[in-house]
Design a protein around this ligand. Structure first.
Ligand code: SDX
Length: 427
């Protein structure tokens, strides 16, 4: 049997052979299916891209039915157990695991780029005292494009690599500055003696002590959470990164757009929405009534469901395990019992089972962040930090892809037919 699709256009009786490649038909091949010389030809219609591959990518592989997630072929479970976030960021960007020398050089370079331009502090001080940290984060990342004009030369591979390093290195500093601004506390400069997550914790929580000592369990827990959030193939925010980047704008501006997409409650904002939902439920006794509301179509069970995973999100399992590590240090988050009861009931209820709704990466992560002392407004920022490594690696792959050009979908026009302008006096 040939790898082709034979289609007959019943409007004309004509038959066409379309090649099948990697389980796809090329949308532009449909253009030859026309009813006449002046017919543009068939296009595909796929709102929200439910069934459209936008690119070829070698970075992340997901099997939603099997609950599989791999970065460059390595299972997320093994990376979460044995790797660290900086090594995973290296893997995403370069496509292979580093040697010890490569890793040391990479970690050193990242460390030496953690300090933002001093003017960023002035920029930050312009925000309201209660500015949402995600709004501060995405604005400041976009503003970085004005500090590095050479980033516009996106055709220069070495300059692209330097901007990638700057972004991976500086997003924790920007996030920490946004947090300290929200708390009304002085900014803390990076401490180059500490690890990536240890330094982040220092910039967040250092007070009057001369040197901040991160708790090793919390430092490692954050590192595992960063690994789990680093990339996830063509999700909403990564598609935004690729789409904006396809216009050949600098990576800081593109990443600001990606962060804006992640800000939404259906995407990265879900971990904040989960905590609000758990607080609204208030007690385990109220869970059945809440589930009843959701089943009646009144609101969603935030932290549940996924466009790709139609089984348990493999990251959610690891987040749940990390929660136990953190709670041993911080004490158990009282909202955990409500979350566990929600999961128990939902996994038995046909409404959720029939829709293949399982906990996703956001369902438990907020509980950990809250136990670690982060306010809910910081949760999506904590997602954006590690996802920066995924966004920038996907951006690099897009720019290297000879098939990629400026992203510009078509539409089905449903508006008014052609009509003449009517002067206002005659309307
Ligand atoms: C992330 O794409 C990624 O990779 C994203 C992410 C990443 O790493 O980048 O994994 C991170 O964004 C995780 C998802 C976080 N969002 C949430 O937890 C918000 C709650 N979840 C939903 O909004 C929803 O499940 C989505 C947005 C995640 C997926 O939506 P889809 O694929 O468009 O599914 P759908 O909305 O068409 O739902 C199918 C059915 C519908 O019911 P019917 O209309 O068929 O009766 O399931 C229902 C939905 O109403 N449904 C839910 C539900 N999610 C879907 N019902 C109750 N609670 C939910 N959470």
């Amino acid at each position: 049997m040939a790898d082709t699709l034979t289609v007959t256009d019943n409007r004309t009786g004509k038959t066409y052979e379309l090649p099948i490649t990697d389980g796809t038909v090329r949308a532009t091949d449909l253009r030859k299916i026309r009813t006449g010389a002046d017919d543009f030809g068939l296009t595909t219609y796929d709102p929200a891209f439910l069934n459209t591959a936008s690119c070829r990518s070698a970075i992340t592989y997901i099997d939603g039915d099997q609950g599989i997630l791999e970065y460059r072929g390595y299972p997320i479970e093994q990376l979460g157990e044995q790797s660290n976030f900086l090594e995973v960021a290296y893997l995403l960007w370069f496509g292979h695991l580093p040697s010890q020398a490569e890793y040391d050089a990479w970690a050193r370079t990242i460390t030496l780029h953690t300090m933002p331009h001093e003017n960023i502090k002035k920029f930050m001080e312009g925000f309201r005292y209660d500015a949402h940290p995600m709004g501060v984060f995405l604005s400041t990342v976009g503003a970085l494009s004005t500090f590095y004009p050479e980033a516009k030369q996106i055709g220069d591979a070495e300059l692209r690599r330097i901007q990638a390093i700057r972004l991976i290195a500086k997003v924790p500093s920007i996030a920490a500055y946004a947090f300290r601004h929200l708390k009304g506390q002085p900014f803390v400069y990076p401490d180059n003696d500490l690890s990536y997550t240890g330094n982040f914790l220092s910039m967040l929580f250092k007070m009057t002590e001369l040197k901040y000592q991160p708790h090793p369990v919390l430092e490692r827990a954050l590192d595992v959470l960063f690994i789990l959030h680093a990339d996830h193939e063509q999700n909403c925010s990564t598609s935004a990164m690729r789409g904006i980047g396809s216009s050949q704008v600098d990576p800081f501006s593109a990443l600001a757009g990606a962060a804006a997409a992640l800000y939404g409650p259906l995407h990265g904002g879900a971990n904040e929405a989960v905590l609000k939902m758990l607080a609204e439920i208030g007690s385990v006794q109220h869970v059945p009534a809440f589930i009843k509301k959701v089943k009646a179509g009144d609101g969603k069970l935030m932290g549940f469901g996924h466009r790709v995973y139609k089984s348990y999100d493999p990251r959610a399992k690891m987040v749940k395990k990390t929660a136990d590590m953190v709670f041993d240090v911080t004490g158990r988050n009282p909202l955990t019992d409500i979350a566990l009861e929600l999961e128990r009931i939902a996994l038995e209820d046909d409404y959720f089972i029939s829709r293949k709704l399982y906990p996703n990466v956001d369902f438990y992560s907020g509980l950990i962040y809250q136990a670690m002392g982060f306010p809910m407004e910081m949760f999506t920022v904590l997602f954006a930090i590690p996802r920066t490594a995924g966004w920038i690696s996907q951006w690099e792959e897009m720019l290297r892809d000879p098939e990629q050009k400026i992203s510009r979908p078509r539409q089905v026009y449903t508006g008014a037919p052609r009509r003449d302008y009517v002067a206002i006096a005659n309307r």
